[in-house]
Design a protein around this ligand. Structure first.
Ligand code: ADP
Ligand code: MG
Length: 244
């Protein structure tokens, strides 16, 4: 068996008195797509942010590609570019063009030559279906288009893994499909992905594994088929009963 790309081993985190990640054990294989679902407040965002070291944790360990998460400095900057993250809010730079949004990281962090960064950015914008918008500014694009730019921007750093935290929950329904389509294609290219979403259609289609969280715990892990047809825990049954 190849070594998993991401391993969380007994990770615990508190916000004050709130025990928000409770003894989390999770391994993600290279090329695997893990969908994390669960009620609001169950710790899904905190899990993503902890893997990216946007949050600290108190005990346990996290490794990416066999390396413990760095705490600071250059190693932390490298980790952040190895771990792409797409949030609910698009977080594009408003005063920069779409092309500049996508080339900024490679130019500043990876020190890629400008012509090469622009060439790659155009390829990525084409892949997410917005090559015509390269010269525009974020406010001139729809929410769905902006989110696809955010995905292209993360991919421009050649991440080892992509984390998605409810990437479609701020979008109008007609734009959700186009973003999920890009994510589904990305999954098919073999990208390792952790995706927090309430889009059960996407989970069924694209996930290799569903992880169900509740109250800071991983309560169930199963294939989408198993999870949606035969959830084992009462908490999962209750949750699915509310959303399906
Ligand atoms: P989810 O993404 O599953 O909705 P979160 O990870 O955002 O859950 O939050 C888990 C719990 O931690 C919630 O009770 C939330 O209110 C709390 N929480 C999240 N971020 C912070 C923070 N920065 N400070 C204090 N409490 C927080
Ligand atoms: Mg969240």
């Amino acid at each position: 068996m190849a070594e998993p790309l991401v391993v969380l081993d007994g990770v615990n985190k508190h916000f004050g008195d709130l025990h928000v990640l409770k003894d989390i054990n999770l391994s993600v294989a290279r090329g695997e797509v893990v969908v994390v679902i669960g009620p609001s407040g169950s710790g899904k965002s905190t899990l993503c942010r902890t893997i990216n070291r946007l949050e600290t944790y108190e005990s346990g360990s996290i490794t990416i590609d066999g390396e413990p998460l760095p705490e600071e400095g250059k190693a932390l900057a490298r980790l952040r570019s190895d771990v792409g993250m797409v949030f609910q809010a698009f977080n594009l730079f408003a005063h920069k063009t779409i092309l500049d949004n996508v080339t900024l990281g490679p130019l500043k962090v990876r020190r890629v030559p400008k012509a090469q960064a622009q060439q790659r950015a155009r390829e990525l914008l084409e892949r997410v279906g917005i090559e015509e918008q390269a010269g525009k500014y974020p406010a001139q694009l729809s929410g769905g288009q902006q989110q696809r730019v955010a995905i292209a921007r993360s991919l421009a750093m050649d991440p080892k893994i992509m984390l998605f935290d409810e990437p479609t929950s701020a979008l109008d329904p007609e734009m959700i499909t186009e973003v999920l389509e890009v994510m589904t294609q990305l999954a098919q290219t073999g990208m390792t992905m952790i995706v927090v979403t309430h889009e059960m259609g996407f989970a069924r289609r694209a996930a290799d594994r569903v992880v169900f969280m509740s109250d800071g715990e991983i309560v169930e892990e199963a294939t989408p088929e198993e999870f949606f047809t035969n959830p084992r825990s009462d908490r999962a049954k209750d949750f699915l009963g509310k959303i399906l």
